[in-house]
Design a protein around this ligand. Structure first.
Ligand code: LLP
Length: 471
């Protein structure tokens, strides 16, 4: 029996650490039964295990702080708010010693509302608006991560208009390609993020990138030089994010090497040795029974070792490191609680039967299966059953056949209307990518800790929807 099986009594499934099946067969989260949660908050609902979130946040901070202290430098851990940001969640992150990475004016506003000091916030985005940049400058954010040459001038002009110096990191693409799905891999060339460390191979591309005649500098180097030259900008360092749901540490190490070489080259050319290197997020987690997540202690040691080795080889002092985990902190802390509405067996061509189990949510509360073919697990949580398991597909209530919550899962053959069903590991990119498709109202985010539940974000109502529609 693994530790997680022992902890949950639910075989091999990555539930949050506070999940147990009680003797009466009802699953409880941090001491609150899902029956009580459903009665009090309704379904569907996102349920967050606060202690689990805090433990994972602490786990990442401690693992990286320890590993990098051993090689002689410090680490800042930024919680990537895009995974899930509410005022309470931002507070938990801060209380556990994390900073907050935001990717829009909205995320910035929530972090500030939570009382996160501007200096502990980073602002990302490949197309930030002037209003977002100004909001960041006014809040005194610790770093604006610039993503294009055009944006460097824009940030410099806006900083000048406010009479401040903007602290800037340059986001580079290292060519290291990692992560689950093409849409969530962000450091290869053919996508919108960052500035490439490779010089453009063709004259046409150099022209399109507006490269000065004769230059062989990469867009990344040109961006760094441009920031160094502008008095209204302070170059803090270099940022790289290689993708998401990465399970192989090699990608982080390879990207770190590329970034550290670029840092050394910049120092050689300008005398400016930047202090900070941000290696982004992307730490992979287990979604399905039997999957093995990245272990923060191990990845931290590997990356620290790689960073120390390259700096040793280059003869440059170690930079301060930052990382930006989102999914790995909040993903496993969350589950979605649904109520089963209809059950429909369908005959397959190969003679098998697939049982379609429709729940009261769907692609509006979890777009990941439709968008990335993401796989999830599901379980009946309101009772135990000794009925023979059947091949089931959990689907939502939207007018779309791709509205699938769980492609394939074994559920008890007596699954029926009114059953409570939970999908684990929906804490990251569930609520944050939710929509109102078919004008469904978005579910609440409910936190559970120490035997009590509280609503962090209330359920939307039809009145909320109507209030936006000016007729
Ligand atoms: N830092 C930057 C600059 C990022 O772009 C991202 C994710 C993160 C940190 C956090 O990555 P994480 O540790 O959560 O993997 N919506 C997708 C993933 C796209 C994430 C984009 N950026 C999903 O549902 O899987």
């Amino acid at each position: 029996m693994t530790r997680s099986e022992a902890a949950t009594g639910m075989l091999g499934v990555p539930w949050s650490t506070g999940v147990r099946r009680r003797d009466d067969g009802v699953v409880a989260v941090a001491g609150v039964g899902v029956d009580a949660l459903a009665a009090r908050h309704g379904t569907p609902a996102y349920v967050l295990d606060e202690a689990d979130f805090r433990a994972r946040a602490r786990g990442y901070r401690t693992a990286f702080a320890t590993a990098f202290a051993e090689v002689g430098t410090g680490v800042d851990v930024y919680y990537a708010g895009k995974a899930l940001l509410t005022v309470a969640v931002a507070r938990w992150a801060r209380e556990e010693g994390l900073r907050v990475d935001t990717a829009s004016g909205g995320e910035l506003a929530v972090a500030l509302r939570a009382g996160v000091p501007g200096a502990e916030i980073g602002l990302h985005g490949n197309n930030k608006s002037d209003a977002e940049i100004l909001a960041a400058l006014d809040a005194g954010v610790g770093r604006i991560i610039v993503d294009s040459l055009v944006e460097i001038d824009r940030v410099a002009a806006l900083a000048a208009s406010r009479g401040v110096v903007a602290p800037v990191m340059v986001r580079v693409t290292t060519g290291v390609h990692a992560g689950g799905h093409e849409y969530i891999s962000t450091a290869h060339e053919d996508q919108k993020f960052g500035l490439s460390v490779n010089a453009a191979p063709s004259v046409a591309l150099r022209q399109a990138q507006d490269a000065p005649v004769g230059t062989t500098d990469s867009p990344a180097m040109r961006a760094l030089l441009a920031v160094v030259e502008r008095p209204g900008l302070r170059l803090l360092g270099i940022h790289s994010h290689i993708g998401s749901q990465i399970l192989d540490p090699a990608g982080f190490e390879a990207a770190a090497q590329v970034v550290l070489r670029l840092r050394a080259e910049l120092a050689e050319r300008t005398g400016v040795l930047v202090d900070d290197v941000d290696l982004g997020g992307g730490y992979g987690i287990a979604y399905l029974p039997g999957e093995v997540p990245l272990d923060p202690d191990r990845i931290a040691k590997d990356v620290a070792g790689a960073v120390a080795a390259v700096c040793g080889e280059l003869g440059t002092p170690l930079p301060r490191i930052s990382i930006e985990p989102g999914r790995a902190v909040v993903g496993p802390a969350g589950l979605t609680l649904y109520t089963v509405g209809t059950v429909k067996p369908v005959a397959l061509d190969d003679g098998r039967v697939r049982t379609y189990v429709s729940v009261d949510g769907g692609m509006s509360d979890n777009i990941r299966p439709a968008l990335y073919e993401a796989q999830y697990h599901a379980e009946l949580v309101g009772r135990v059953s000794d009925a023979e398991p059947v091949l089931a597909r959990v689907v939502g209530k939207h007018c779309e056949s791709g509205d699938i919550v769980v492609h394939e899962v074994q559920l008890p053959g007596d699954v029926r209307a009114g059953d409570l069903l939970a999908v684990p590991v929906t804490g990251a990119y569930g609520r944050s990518m939710a929509s109102n498709y078919n004008l469904l109202t978005r579910p609440p985010v409910v936190a559970v800790a120490g035997g009590t539940s509280r609503v962090l974000v209330r359920r939307e109502t039809v009145d909320d929807l109507l209030a936006l529609d000016l007729g």
